[in-house]
Design a protein around this ligand. Sequence first.
Ligand code: GDP
Ligand code: IMO
Ligand code: MG
Length: 420
Amino acid sequence: MATTILVGAQWGDEGKGKIIDVLTEQADVVVRYQGGNNAGHTVEVGAEKYVLHLIPSGILYPGKLNVIGNGVVVDPLALLEEIDHLKSRGIAVDGNLLVSNRAHMVLPYHKVLDAIREQSNKIGTTKRGIGPAYSDKVGRTGFRMVDLLSPEKFSAKLRLKVRETNEIARAFDQKPLSFAKINADYLAAGKKLRRYIVDTIKLLNRLERDGRQLLLEGAQGTLLDIDFGTYPFVTSSNTTSGGACTGAGIPPHRIGRVVGVMKAYTTRVGEGPFPTELLDDQGAQIRETGKEFGATTGRPRRCGWFDAIATRYSVTLNGIDELAVTKMDVLDELPKIKVCVAYKLDGKLIDTVPADVDDLSRCKPVYQEFDGWQTSTKLIREFEDLPKRARLYLNKIAQLSGAKIGIVSVGPRREETIFL
Ligand code: GDP
Ligand code: IMO
Ligand code: MG
């Protein structure tokens, strides 16, 4: 296995955490390359369930190196909490976790600004300060992990940033933030995190040249990408495979494979167009069966049928070689299953995702209907053993999406996986 990128092919929560976990067995290093603790990646091992927000989903495999790449925005307090939580559950986090010194930080004022912006311009964010932290990065006024290692410089710059944010907070009737508290909290966090903060670029490229297997873990999904998603209802980073190179510091020609994770249906959290959304009992049933509630915010996820226009766009954009189809088992009981094969926009058939969200909002899905297999797939471990109708469905969604299937997931646990 050459360096592999794993991306979400829909609107996030495709089951990336689970698939990273199963692929980690063959990898040496897992690198998160973008996003922050807006992500919630679930891994179930035996009777234990772990939700990872910043730490790569490879952490549950002993002996693998896990790296938070330069493209991630890190809330140091959230990271410490996650480290402590894992340690309290007996997971080793020392010696196998590193954080790029170039990764930008999320500070408390980013969360304040996130909440203020949501009042007038509702995206339905996770309120983790992600957008404002990336805005500061691009605006060249951000803090990076390396800054935690120079307390005096950190404090001087922080004082200005807190003053600036408090002006805005006042204008929106928000409580002002305390420079002293943030300064003390973050410098204390810096002391604890110091041992994890390194220059990951040199290290990752050396490991890669030495023949180690790198697995680059994306967060969110293609339709939430800042450039290619349903703008402005997106997250603030490049979730797609190009973002893996810039967010990990690995050159494009060293990438050997791109895996796209997609659910056998579709979900979305937050605002924004969702052509195949089911607002009826069918949607509620999928939400119940699939336990579709956010791993980070607990919000109910919007549920709908599989959208092959969206996934074909993802396959093209990311260069997906192999698909991992998750949550097949959630469709087990359904008598009929629909797949969106085209959009109808103002009476005209189209087969691409329009750039304008208002156009996408007006798109009506054109469906092809399939007979359900109506039998449990949870215990099946070989593709050939799946019911014929399930195989037919999988082959159809792969063909419509334009890539071959490498993995089918029939349950949240490690072993509930079919490799093709
Ligand atoms: P991620 O953000 O892409 O890592 O996905 P999440 O962890 O937010 O959401 C996926 C949810 O589906 C988690 O609760 C997983 O444990 C669960 N899951 C993953 N694969 C499967 C599957 O094949 N079947 C079922 N029933 N659940 C799955
Ligand atoms: P994982 O990695 C699903 C959504 C939010 C909101 C939009 C912007 O678990 O798949 P943000 O806080 O990033 O500024 O919110 O993006 N969103 C996600 N939806 N899965 C995620 O992560 C998400 N991370 C952000 O709901 O619509
Ligand atoms: Mg998630």
